[in-house]
Design a protein around this ligand. Structure first.
Ligand code: RRO
Length: 306
């Protein structure tokens, strides 16, 4: 869909639509990402990649809950030295910004991985400081403002691309971590990663996921994610990618009104399919036209007026 209303600039990246592929879904290969671009995504975020390969957790790693998914994949990834080939290949075929999601077990690892991703052609880096269930990385870093600031500073000193920090909702006050990230130099924020959750099988009387605990995504978390975006927009001056349960155009509009400049879509692709991008884009465009707005930007944060 080619509506000028949907064009926007996010932290220096030109997006043709306000819908981006969220990390963790289909963001492994250049070909799968290209199919998401054809479906209407304005940007892509890869699966998180680290310095060394990881196999991730044993099955089951994902289960369907009533209103979403609970996953504990355990950061499976080939390691950045292998993944740079995919980034280079992706850059030869993709026509939208490629945001590489990066994790590490120290600030140095985050910076070294981000550096390799940027050298290979990443248009931006998303720092995963919010995976809820892998020890010594993810939310163990992102829930601690001092550690988070150290990671952001080190990465910012290493790469020239925009740096987006993906925040954890598993905190008392998300504005504290948002503020710490932006003060340390983050160019933008993604709100939010999954919410700590679990499932138990009444028949076996055991947790279902091999890791026992996982992260809940999908429609179940949308109101929580929306509140996180609203809270951050009120206190922190940085562009926000809304992430959490976006399934319909109305969800996307709500995130924009709360203060997001764009939204990420993940679980809706798994629960439906990639036609969700086109459906959301068309709906947002029709909403803007009907309400007399010329661009997405005109409704960002509009729900905050009093
Ligand atoms: O790989 C995972 O288990 C995972 C990651 Br890295 C993350 O950031 N969020 C999530 O729900 N799962």
């Amino acid at each position: 869909m080619n509506s000028h209303r949907l064009n926007l600039n996010f932290a220096g990246l030109n997006l043709k639509s306000p819908t981006a592929l969220a990390s963790g879904i289909l963001g492994y290969s250049a070909e799968s990402m290209q199919s998401i671009v054809e479906a209407g995504a304005g940007a892509l975020v890869t699966k998180s990649v680290g310095l060394k390969p990881r196999t991730g957790y044993a099955n089951p790693t994902v289960i369907q809950a009533k209103c979403g998914l609970i996953n504990a994949m355990g950061l499976p990834n080939p390691g950045i030295d292998t993944y740079v080939h995919e980034i280079r290949h992706a850059k030869t075929i993709l026509t939208v910004p490629l945001i590489v999601s990066v994790y590490g077990f120290s600030a140095e690892e985050y910076a070294a991985t981000a550096h390799k991703a940027a050298e290979a052609g990443a248009d931006a880096i998303e720092l995963n400081v919010s995976c809820p269930h892998v020890k010594e990385t993810g939310s163990e870093i992102g829930q601690n403002p001092a550690l988070l600031a150290e990671v952001v500073k080190k990465v910012k000193a290493t790469v020239h691309t925009p740096v987006i920090v993906k925040l954890s909702p598993n905190v008392t006050d998300i504005t504290a971590t948002a503020e710490a990230a932006v003060k340390a130099g983050a160019d933008a924020l993604t709100a939010v990663n999954t919410i700590k959750a679990m499932a138990i099988d009444a028949e076996t009387a055991l947790p279902i996921l091999s890791n026992k605990r996982g992260g809940l995504s999908g429609p179940a978390i949308k109101p929580v994610a929306l509140r996180c975006v609203y809270d951050i927009y009120e206190k922190v001056k940085a562009p926000i990618m809304g992430c959490g349960g976006v399934t319909t155009w109305r969800d996307a509009v709500e995130f924009l009104l709360a203060g997001a400049s764009a939204v990420q879509i993940g679980t809706a692709i798994a629960l439906r399919n990639s036609s969700v991008f086109e459906a959301v884009n068309r709906g947002v465009s029709a909403y803007l036209r009907k309400k007399g707005f010329r661009s997405v930007n005109e409704i960002v944060g509009l729900s905050h007026r009093s």
